[in-house]
Write a protein that binds this ligand. Structure first.
Ligand code: ZN
Ligand code: ZN
Length: 413
């Protein structure tokens, strides 16, 4: 037996007035999800704990069976891992933005006019050449990713993540000096080094030909690097060791890929999977079905419902859910349901009304030959609450799935 877990990011929601007090999931046309509900067991999940809104990183850790409250160590390193950057034990990583600031270091544009990736790459190449000797000799990696986004990794050991961000998070605010949070020597040193590095970055960016050209073209120069989310790689046992399984992830979002990488999963690249609304759903379904031939466990992640929710776009969210339903129908045609356990859930609730992650539970369905079917016939937030799984925590899901496919060990004699 094998298992596939489909995570529709932020799919769960709250009742919406213009949908007659239904949620977008309840209001969408979803024959495949309903079919899974009919043939499976349903329930609801508190990704972390009741009422606590999770990020995609902590929720995915939980859905993979880890206690996120204990092992989570910041977003930066996970994102870097997901982008293919090596982050070792002791290294710390930050998420960075190329941004535009004025002479007084007031942020004018947090994305430097969404600078083109090619231009950002030229800037990053120059920044990587900086040699920092003060206050200590430091080895670092600076890598641009997509448009204005980048990662910074300080090679360890000796660093601390107990430092503040330089990114003020808003336009019109001054770039923050990074401060140690607490008095640890490592935190004080880390703050100093990142501040020093940031001012070196500024010096190089100021006179860079790419920026001179941008100013000539009337575009905002990328003259500052904003850092946030200092993190380390969580020290967790890989799934292969915990359950003796081969596991793989099909997804495009760097953060989720990073969590999967930290869990020792293989990352499968899908051309056409973009982590946006235009993602190629069918290519993902095909890759996931293929991956199942080699692996015991596959996580298939789709970001689109979360994007629509953050944009507070009800119609787009419904469309994303309907496309996921269609993706699932292709998936089911390509896997042998008698030997594959199929689970579908969301990593958290993202409300189209608030545009934020909320702490409401999410629906779950597990279908497969070993499950005890319940009477739920529709996949939705309210209908699943009546299901046979009742209400479980995120970290309970993986043991449940592994039990169904015979990968758990007996506790006791
Ligand atoms: Zn998420
Ligand atoms: Zn989100």
């Amino acid at each position: 037996m094998k298992a596939i877990l489909v995570i529709a990011d932020g799919m769960a929601d709250r009742p919406v007035k213009e949908l007659d007090m239904k949620t977008p999931l309840e209001a969408s046309h979803k024959p495949t999800l309903n079919q899974l509900a009919k043939t499976g067991v349903c329930g609801i999940i508190d990704p972390i704990s009741p009422g606590r809104p999770p990020g995609s990183d902590t929720a995915t850790l939980a859905l993979l069976g880890y206690d996120a409250l204990k092992v989570y160590s910041g977003r930066g390193a996970l994102e870097a891992l997901g982008l293919g950057v090596t982050v070792s034990k002791g290294d710390i990583a930050f998420r960075c933005n190329f941004a535009t600031a004025n002479k007084d270091l007031v942020v004018l544009d947090r994305r430097a006019g969404r600078i083109a990736t090619e231009e950002a790459a030229k800037l990053a190449e120059s920044l990587q050449k900086i040699r920092l000797e003060k206050p200590v000799r430091t080895s670092f990696l600076f890598k641009n990713t997509i448009q204005h986004r980048a990662v910074l990794v300080l090679r360890g050991p000796g660093w601390s993540t107990a430092i503040s961000d330089s990114d003020p998070g808003e336009v019109g605010e001054r770039v923050q000096e990074i401060r140690p949070l607490g008095k640890s020597r490592n935190a004080v040193l880390t703050a100093k080094v990142v501040n020093e590095l940031s001012s070196e970055f500024r010096r190089v960016l100021e006179n860079h030909p790419v920026n001179r050209n941008r100013i000539e073209q009337g575009e905002p120069p990328a003259n500052i690097i904003l850092c946030r989310g200092a993190g380390t790689v969580p020290q967790i046992e890989p799934l292969s060791k915990i359950y003796r399984i081969n596991a793989a992830c099909v997804g495009a979002t760097a953060l989720v890929k990073g969590v999967c990488k930290a869990a020792g999963m293989e990352l499968i690249h899908v051309s056409g999977a973009t982590g946006t609304f235009q993602t190629d759903y069918l290519a993902k379904a095909k890759m996931a079905a293929q991956a199942l031939e080699q692996c015991d466990f596959v996580l298939l992640h789709v970001k689109a419902p979360d994007v629509a929710s953050h944009d507070r776009n009800v119609r787009q969210k419904i469309e994303a859910i309907e496309r996921i339903d269609n993706m699932l129908s292709h998936l089911l045609k390509n896997v042998d349901i008698s030997s594959v356990c199929v689970a579908v859930t969301a990593d958290h609730t993202t409300s189209v009304l608030t545009g934020r992650h909320e702490g409401d539970p999410v629906p779950i369905v597990i279908a497969g030959s070993n499950v005890r079917r319940d009477d739920v016939a529709e996949f939705g937030e309210r209908s699943c609450a009546k299901g046979g799984l009742n209400r479980i925590r995120g970290l309970d899901l993986m043991p449940l799935l592994m039990n169904l496919i015979g990968k758990t060990r007996i506790f006791g004699a």
